[in-house]
Design a protein around this ligand. Sequence first.
Ligand SMILES: Nc1ncnc2c1ncn2[C@@H]1O[C@H](COP(=O)(O)OP(=O)(O)OP(=O)(O)O)[C@@H](O)[C@H]1O
Ligand SMILES: [Mg+2]
Length: 273
Amino acid sequence: MHPARDRRAAPATAASPLLEVRNLETWYGPIAAMQGVNLQVREGQMVAVLGANGAGKTTLLNTLAGVVDPFKGEVLWQGERIHGLDPDAVCRRGLVLVPEGRQIYPFLSVRDNLTMGAFTRGDPDGVREDIARVFGWFPRLRERERQHAGLLSGGEQQMLAIGRAYLSRPRLLMLDEPSLGLSPLLTKEIFGIVSRIRSETGTAILVVEQNAAIALAHADDGYIMELGRIVAADTCANLSQKADVREAYLGGQAAHQNASGTAQRWKRRKTWR
Ligand SMILES: Nc1ncnc2c1ncn2[C@@H]1O[C@H](COP(=O)(O)OP(=O)(O)OP(=O)(O)O)[C@@H](O)[C@H]1O
Ligand SMILES: [Mg+2]
């Protein structure tokens, strides 16, 4: 069966996955925010989850990070079941979340925000080296090293949030809508640096986005989420070629057929950036 047709299957891989999500389901009181989610991230891979407002993207990342507990299903980290663990236990294993809206500490300096990311570490020399590395990726943060983080622009705050997450030495960096509120140019810059972090350090990336074009351009594999369910899974190259994906996600020519039955709903609900 073609991978895009099989909603249960992640794109075919040779290596065993770093992260494997099986039949994951999360509820908020009486609301099922996410159901039957299956997903894989391999070592060093970049995976994108695309979806409109309310699709369940943040719920997925928060469930993986231990912020909310799933009602059903499994999260396997290198084969170990980690669902239900506290967020700090998840973070110590190397799954680190850059949350929606950045959530930096506005009254701490840029440097102190970065240092907060290293709270689990006991190697001050390594922390200093990693801060220098973050400043290499984001020179604008170096220029504002002693400034209160709350005075940074939205783009600089996103850079800081990514840098702070890197200070926890992630094996998998999970990014919740890094493009939110940013200009196309800044979004491109941020994705370029995320790709650089991945290639220079081997860190795997799981990014959820509404900005499909930029995410599909940078990631290896992609999943499309709608109303809490994965409705398509394939390589980003294949997803980018699909007519309904192009129409609904990439603003392309109108497709004659709406094969998955999802494109029209996307078009109505999507916030284009
Ligand atoms: N704390 C909560 N309590 C109740 N319902 C919630 C809560 N958080 C999210 N929801 C609901 O769960 C569903 C999924 O929300 P979620 O925030 O995961 O979507 P999202 O894809 O991240 O959306 P966005 O693109 O707007 O960030 C939505 O219907 C939302 O209203
Ligand atoms: Mg969200």
